[in-house]
Design a protein around this ligand. Structure first.
Ligand code: HEM
Length: 417
């Protein structure tokens, strides 16, 4: 028997979303005693869902698409039109296979991590005094990813500016209006610059090392029709590496807070318990807020847990609420690396980067990179640097999307310790 979908009492929940941020979907689910409810956001009808079975629909079913699932500015600031995330079926599988080759190959990931390590050491070796950890990590990751992708320094105008622009694309997703338009304008300039680089690789004026992403995406990859990506689309996909790698800086800040707040762990890592680092990093990715939810649209009618969802329905999956659901994670607001979570499980419960199999769904292909960079950061923070993170008691308000500690976290390097 088909059940009616519970509805929120207000006509439109946009203001509640801005007020409640990451907690919005779970608050309403708890209020209504359900894992699914219908509401309106920006005057558009939306079905909000949370939990393992909802994630299975988003990452396991054929009848969902990401096309039309995000407000226009959010789409343009993040994945962008014509990107892998906007493809479905065979076209998606083919483009995604290329991403998996680029981002999940062991040697490729190791070479990115090594570049990150080198830039980190140079950066902090030169600095005295305290600096903003997110800004520093953002710049270090930008340099490491640009090198790794194959963009030689002589093709880069200003890494500091590039890092700032990449950071803005994430910072401004939750703020419609002029702030987002400004970030969009600089994004277009970066896309044009990347398209010029792709053209230079194709006409031979820029030589790129074997195996780098610039060669794989710009030169070698062919869509099903045998054609290369246009320089504009190749630029969008290169940006889909640069931007999220720089965004790992957000996790780095949360990681530093978690280390400072749970001092028994840096103590253990300092004594060589490296095999425990991954579980620590994974718990950081579960506990701290990053992507609040993802959107999708139904391409045909679907019955989910007895609820009939119409073709064309706009759906939101609560990533944050699912990773903080007490039915899935005991005492979910407590940090506990003993949970021993792992992205390798490919399940539908631990879903900060989506669920299921990345090869055949829209799950993030950059999860391995993220985890390996964070593991290296633990070693850098616990080894090379004495752990001087402040303020340890910074709050992380859930109302702002994307979330950041207030006040921002600062790090003091060894030379000034
Ligand atoms: C997709 C989160 C890092 C590249 C996704 C999705 C999430 C996510 C939740 C699924 C979107 C959906 O279901 O529609 C994150 C977070 C990151 C991160 C929180 C932390 C910084 C990365 C990295 C890369 C990357 C490092 C590349 C190196 C992508 C791409 C997609 C994606 C290309 C689209 C995949 C598809 O549609 O098949 N990411 N990601 N992400 N991510 Fe990430």
């Amino acid at each position: 028997k088909v059940k009616p979908i519970p509805q929120t009492s207000s006509l439109d929940s946009t203001l509640a979303l801005f007020r409640e941020g990451y907690a919005f979907i779970s608050n309403h689910c708890d209020e209504l005693g359900t894992d699914i409810f219908q509401s309106r956001l920006m005057l558009r009808s939306v079905v909000c869902m949370r939990g393992e079975e909802a994630a299975r629909l988003f990452y396991g079913a054929d009848d969902v698409t990401r096309v039309g699932s995000m407000p226009w500015t959010v789409l343009r600031l993040l994945q962008d039109k014509d990107s892998v995330q906007q493809l479905d079926g065979a076209a998606h599988l083919r483009r995604k296979a290329m991403f998996i080759d680029v981002t999940m190959d062991d040697a490729a990931v190791a070479s990115l991590v090594e570049r990150f390590r080198q830039h980190w050491l140079v950066h902090f070796d030169r600095r005295a005094g305290a600096c903003d950890l997110r800004d520093a990590a953002n710049l270090i990751l930008t340099k490491a990813s640009a090198d790794w992708i194959g963009i030689a320094p002589r093709w880069r105008h200003d890494d500091v500016k590039l890092a700032r622009q990449l950071g803005r694309m994430i910072d401004r997703t939750g703020r419609p209006g002029p702030a987002a338009w400004f970030a969009l304008a600089s994004r277009r300039r970066i896309e044009r610059w990347l398209a010029t680089i792709v053209a230079a690789v194709r006409d031979g004026s820029l030589e790129v090392p074997q195996g780098c992403a610039l060669k794989q995406i710009g030169l070698d990859y062919r869509d099903a029709d045998g054609e290369r990506l246009s320089p504009q689309v190749a630029a969008v996909e290169l940006l889909n590496l640069l931007r999220p790698i720089a965004a790992i800086s957000r996790w780095i800040v949360f990681l530093a807070l978690a280390l400072a707040r749970n001092p028994q762990w840096p103590e253990r890592f300092g004594h060589g318990h490296d095999d425990e680092i991954e579980a620590f990093v994974e718990e950081v990715r579960r506990l701290y807020p990053f992507f609040p939810f993802v959107g999708a649209r139904l391409t045909r009618r679907h019955v989910w847990q007895g609820y009939s969802l119409r073709e064309g329905s706009w759906l939101l999956l609560d990533l944050y609420g699912t990773t903080h659901d007490p039915r899935l994670f005991a005492s979910p607001m407590n940090f506990s690396a003993e949970r021993k979570l792992s992205w390798r499980e490919r399940d539908f419960r631990f879903i900060p980067h989506g669920g299921g199999r990345p090869e055949s769904s829209h799950r993030c292909p950059g999860e391995k990179i993220t985890v390996e960079i964070l593991k290296e950061t633990v070693k850098l923070l616990c080894g090379f640097l004495p752990l001087r993170i402040a303020p340890v008691n910074a709050e992380v308000p859930l109302s702002a999307i994307p979330a950041s500690p207030v006040p921002s976290v600062r790090i003091t390097s060894r030379s000034s310790a």
